[in-house]
Design a protein around this ligand. Structure first.
Ligand SMILES: [Zn+2]
Ligand SMILES: [Zn+2]
Length: 326
């Protein structure tokens, strides 16, 4: 476990936690077991969740089906966990358009609510629902069943509902409702990983140790982070902040951000570079969209106009630092 640090981003010791995460477990207690359970990382192994520990030891062994990670705080991971576990009560999954006082929820409390297929659909709905749609989340699946469902649903449009990979008839109506939601953030990727981790867990290693190497390596060392840094050096661009025009210290990777927008297939990538502090102050977003908060929720790149969750901007700095080694 990474030790908790009280330091701030500025002093260079802060470790942006890459795995505030929620994961879906399926019981292998019997061949036909349909039982699933949602948990969060890190933590959840102390007294506060004795109930959870009891549940997991009772129906052991469990197999990790999929994990949603990239939450910027423990609180958001807990909110996601609760909604994933209780979609029939979650305000994030309420149908807005219905009139009347009765809250209309997308998911009903029926007999299929704990099956893997249903849980994968709920996860796809949640990453499209506010506030999670604004977070820099990633999904990794450890079974083809969860991968087929979530990868086909995270950006499914109304017109493509028939293409959804959902086998159980009872879930077809749900798919239509998921398609009504705004699509997941464009940076969200669903990946399939059939061998990347020993995906059987026992209660003793559910504390998170088994997941320690499961961080967002792809994002942190990806083209948009390391590739842009290499480009910036290559073209020998001036080391000045594009916002305040003052010098940027390239040695301190955590002091500045390079636009984290994905590399385009064609054309020039955006290399807008600015002090993190200048970027946080800049916030070219209207009030009500996070502009009045101490820490911005999203940043719109002043150069290419691509909007990125603040957590992803900060994470890209840490990714660059780790890759470059300064
Ligand atoms: Zn600046
Ligand atoms: Zn940009």
């Amino acid at each position: 476990m990474a030790s908790k640090s009280r330091s701030t981003v500025a002093d260079g010791n802060h470790s942006y936690p890459p795995f505030y995460a929620c994961y879906l477990l399926k019981s292998l207690a019997t061949p036909n077991s349909q039982r699933t359970y949602v948990r969060h990382l890190p933590g959840q192994h102390n007294g506060e969740l004795t109930q959870g520990a009891w549940k997991t030891s009772r129906f052991r062994p469990w197999e990790v089906q999929m994990i949603v990670f990239g939450f910027p705080s423990k609180l958001t991971a807990l909110q996601f966990e609760w909604a994933w576990q209780n979609p029939d009560k979650s305000r994030h999954l309420r149908k807005e358009e219905q009139g009347g006082d009765e809250a209309q929820y997308m998911f009903k409390r029926d007999t299929r609510r704990n099956r893997v297929e249903r849980k994968a659909i709920v996860a796809a709905a949640l990453v499209r629902a506010s506030p999670f749609v604004h977070l820099p989340l990633q999904i990794r699946c450890f079974s083809t069943a969860t991968y087929d469902i979530t990868s086909s649903l995270v950006r499914l449009r109304d017109s493509d509902v028939r293409l959804a990979c959902v086998s159980e008839k009872a879930n077809h109506a749900l798919v239509e409702q998921v398609a009504h939601l705004p699509p997941a953030d464009r940076n969200l990727e669903v990946t399939l990983d059939l061998g990347g981790l020993s995906n059987s867990v026992t209660p003793s290693d559910e504390t998170g140790e088994a997941f320690l190497d499961l961080n967002d390596v792809q994002f942190r060392t990806g083209e948009a982070v390391v590739g842009k840094w290499a480009l910036l050096n290559e073209i020998n661009s001036s080391s000045h902040c594009n916002l305040c025009k003052r010098e940027i210290c390239y040695e301190d990777q955590l002091s500045f951000a390079i636009c984290p927008a994905p590399m385009p297939d064609l054309g020039e990538p955006c290399l807008h570079t600015a002090h993190l502090t200048c970027l946080a102050k800049h916030r070219a977003l209207p009030r009500g969209s996070g502009a009045d908060e101490i820490v911005p929720r999203r940043i719109k790149c002043p150069s290419c106009n691509v909007s990125t969750p603040w957590g992803a901007v900060v994470r890209s700095c840490f990714g660059r630092r780790d890759a470059v080694g300064t």
